[in-house]
Design a protein around this ligand. Sequence first.
Ligand SMILES: Nc1ncnc2c1ncn2[C@@H]1O[C@H](COP(=O)(O)OP(=O)(O)OP(=O)(O)O)[C@@H](O)[C@H]1O
Ligand SMILES: [Mg+2]
Length: 353
Amino acid sequence: MTQPHLPLLLSADAAVTEEVLRIAAVSGQAVEIAIDPGAVGPRYGVAPLVLVGADLLDEVRRQLPPRRAGVLVVGAGADGAVLLPAAQDLGAEHVAMLPAAREWLLNRLAEARTGPRREGRIVGVVGGRGGSGASTLAAALAVTGVRAGLSTLLVDADPLGGGLDLALGWERERGLRWSGLAGASGRVDPGTLTAALPGRGPLAVLAWDRPSVVPAAAGAEAMTAALDAGRRAADLVIVDLPRSFDAAASAAARSALMILLVLPSEVRATAAATQVVREVERHCRRIGVVVRGPSPGGLRPGEVARAVGLPLVGEMRPEPGLAAALEKGVVPAATGRGPLAHLCRDLLRSVLA
Ligand SMILES: Nc1ncnc2c1ncn2[C@@H]1O[C@H](COP(=O)(O)OP(=O)(O)OP(=O)(O)O)[C@@H](O)[C@H]1O
Ligand SMILES: [Mg+2]
């Protein structure tokens, strides 16, 4: 069967083009080359993969192409860091510097031919202020995903959040944690990752080390590699994001299909959240507000969402017995009953629709 669309390489740099063509030949995947970004038109949106050469990165950005997944920036040489801001602005998933990232690109091209094993969707959760309920919602979404038959990876991207493994009661489980991925760059094998992580059946968690000294940040490379593998291994990836974004959180936010902002129904929380919103908006275009009640001052959920200028996507009502359940390492939504389980089902339905 012939492919309806080929991966697209946008570059007029002979060194980049030759190297990509060599890699493409080894992967068995033909590539279409374009040297004029202005003439690419809708092919940018439909190609299974778009490789933007460092030489044309600024020109491609000026064309304001539609935001899409599967955009990679490729350059020749050692230092890709200078390309990062422009790559982020374009919504690129990764900057691959050749020849160092040869193996990684080879795998990505091979997958464009065979199709990834899965295309798990990544959903981020962030709190508008401390103690909003973001980690609770992240864990609840993950167990709800599993109840709906989705293999799910829960990723703790908040180094100071207290540990999502604890929220699941899995703090004693053996397995791979962030420290084991600290040096990861490029590609992590999806099967190896999920087999190594603490998990039970269709649910796996990527958490921080314990006992936790203040953990070092995961790093953007490790986060990208983990999410890349996670989305191939699982149907759903839920990321618990910190309120203060580091490089890893920014990388996670860029990969997310949608980010849910949990916002307590209070005036001060709304004020605090504007900073968080500003940061999140730099990385992800689809953001929805989940308002957590009750409201001490009688604010309505719609008013809270309007105050931060984002759409309301759900209401988190007080969950009877939640604090006690969390102490025991039980995620309330795991039973499938109660307001939190209800909210999570609705959220997953609309986010993944
Ligand atoms: N739906 C809910 N009903 C009742 N209490 C809740 C609910 N969600 C969260 N809580 C309470 O709020 C506390 C804080 O929740 P959580 O740790 O999920 O917030 P967070 O936004 O992740 O906080 P942090 O800023 O520490 O990351 C929990 O310990 C729990 O007691
Ligand atoms: Mg938290």
